[in-house]
Design a protein around this ligand. Structure first.
Ligand code: LLP
Length: 434
């Protein structure tokens, strides 16, 4: 028996069910390898944020989907129908959101390295907010907004100097981060003064994001504390009234049984309680809050289904089970050593006493989906294997390494199922070759 880490998973008749549906049926209808996502779970996750933010921070608070976690047109349609805006980090994400008819005023453009073309394009599309990361960007926004004859709304990304003890690749709140302006060195104050001098930029407030896959319950309280102190300093120094404070994203999700569970609603309640107290103490008008969850909106709303191709036993050493996908559809173990729960979806009630490495079909030894996986000893070619909690940063980080076509995304919605992203074909692979 395998451990089930999310409430949308069940085991019945020796088979894994996801979103109430038979994984064997979905796999035979759409073929593997396949991303399967559950719209019901995505919407429930969106509502958790939207409702808690409104309940505890008031109706002006807004949840933005950090769309780098999972970006395709249908995702933007779902989140905007749930009253969420979105954070985009490239013109590719921006374009996808616009094609999904998201109101551009609800979009926040991040990135630490925007080109002039990116900036001019976003302004031409009437984007709501830029999140300014550096002085060159501030000047370019001022220039292109002036050219269009508008005043462009913006937030400034501040580095609050908080170490979140998550993995290095996602630890972004420390002073030496490549993102944003540190408070500690005076850079935050400097850029605020500069932004207030730019006549085509309308500074609305500040942003921070300290990390990802976070479980420490006080992280958002600590960043709110530091950021509100900064807001108060900017008021004293420049008479600047902060209208918007974006606390970023980062709540963790459960990939494996040993991961903790975080009650997001209760955590938001605690942050709001602190926020109101702190604003009163500092005699601040409460800035309207934004939060930018990515992973916790989509991670548990996705699984990946694979078919086992080969079982290789290297006597006295180790065992491998190789599937029909791998690092091209999920590079997270190769990049971060990320843990996942793996289940033999078509043999889900069998005893798991065959220890192996679950590997992919890509031509490199680092193509590992997970080490130390226990599968039934009867596992063989043709069996269905599910990797759980793959809804975030899997589709969005996929590549065509080895010219292997990208997987489709099939969306479940109760008894319905539909293709949200088509499977790439071999012709797609050569489409830009001349
Ligand atoms: N806001 C900003 C400015 C961010 O940089 C991020 C994530 C988020 C929000 C959303 O954070 P989340 O709620 O998803 O934790 N590829 C890595 C994750 C990179 C996260 C980058 N920034 C992974 O697969 O774990």
């Amino acid at each position: 028996m395998s451990n089930l880490i999310c409430s949308n998973l069940e085991i019945k008749n020796n088979e894994l069910y996801f979103g109430g549906r038979s994984t064997k049926e979905i796999a035979s209808k759409y073929k593997t390898p396949l991303y399967v996502m559950d719209e019901v779970t995505i919407r429930a996750n969106c509502r958790k944020y939207v409702n808690s933010l409104n309940k505890y921070f008031g109706s002006s608070a807004k949840a933005l989907f950090a769309s780098k976690a999972c970006s395709f047109k249908r995702m933007y349609e779902i989140i905007s129908s749930e009253n969420m805006g979105a954070d985009v980090v490239s013109v590719g994400e921006l374009y996808t959101a616009l094609k999904a008819n998201v109101n551009p005023q609800e979009l926040y453009f991040h990135s630490n390295s925007k080109t002039d073309e990116d900036i001019e394009y976003a302004i031409s599309q009437n984007i709501g907010y830029f999140v300014i990361d550096n002085i060159e960007e501030l000047d370019a926004i001022n220039f292109f907004a002036g050219k269009k004859g508008i005043k462009q709304k913006a937030l400034i990304r501040i580095t609050p100097g908080i170490d979140t003890h998550t993995y290095e690749a996602v630890n972004t709140g420390k002073v030496d981060s490549k993102f944003g302006f540190p408070i500690e060195t005076g850079a935050g104050e400097f850029i605020t003064g500069e932004a207030l001098k730019r006549e085509n930029v309308e500074l609305k407030g500040f942003h921070c994001h300290v990390g990802s896959q976070l479980f420490d319950s006080d992280v958002f309280v600590r960043s709110a504390d530091t950021m509100l102190e900064f807001v108060a300093e900017m008021k004293n120094k420049f008479g600047f009234v902060t209208e918007i404070l974006d606390l970023g994203g980062g709540y963790g999700v459960r990939y494996v049984e040993s991961d903790p569970y975080i009650d997001i609603e209760d955590n938001i309640r605690q942050v709001a309680e602190f926020y109101k107290k702190k604003c009163a103490e500092l005699e601040l008008q409460e800035p309207s809050v934004r939060m930018e969850p990515g992973r916790s909106i989509v991670a548990d709303a996705g699984i990946t289904l694979y078919t086992a191709n080969t079982v290789k036993i290297i006597d006295g050493y180790k065992n491998y089970v190789a599937v029909d996908g791998g690092m091209g559809d999920n590079p997270r173990f190769a990049l971060y050593g990320s843990e996942y729960t793996v289940i033999a979806a078509s043999k889900a009630e069998e005893k798991c006493d065959f220890n192996c490495s679950l590997v992919g079909r890509f031509c490199e030894s680092g193509d590992i989906l997970q080490e130390n996986v226990n599968l039934p000893s009867s596992i063989k070619r043709g069996d269905l294997i599910a990797v759980l909690t793959t809804g975030a940063y899997n589709y969005s980080m996929a590549s065509n390494y080895n010219r292997i076509p990208k997987l489709p995304v099939v969306m479940l919605n109760g008894n319905e199922d539909y293709i949200a992203v088509k499977r790439e074909t071999l012709d797609d692979i050569i489409r830009n070759d001349v």
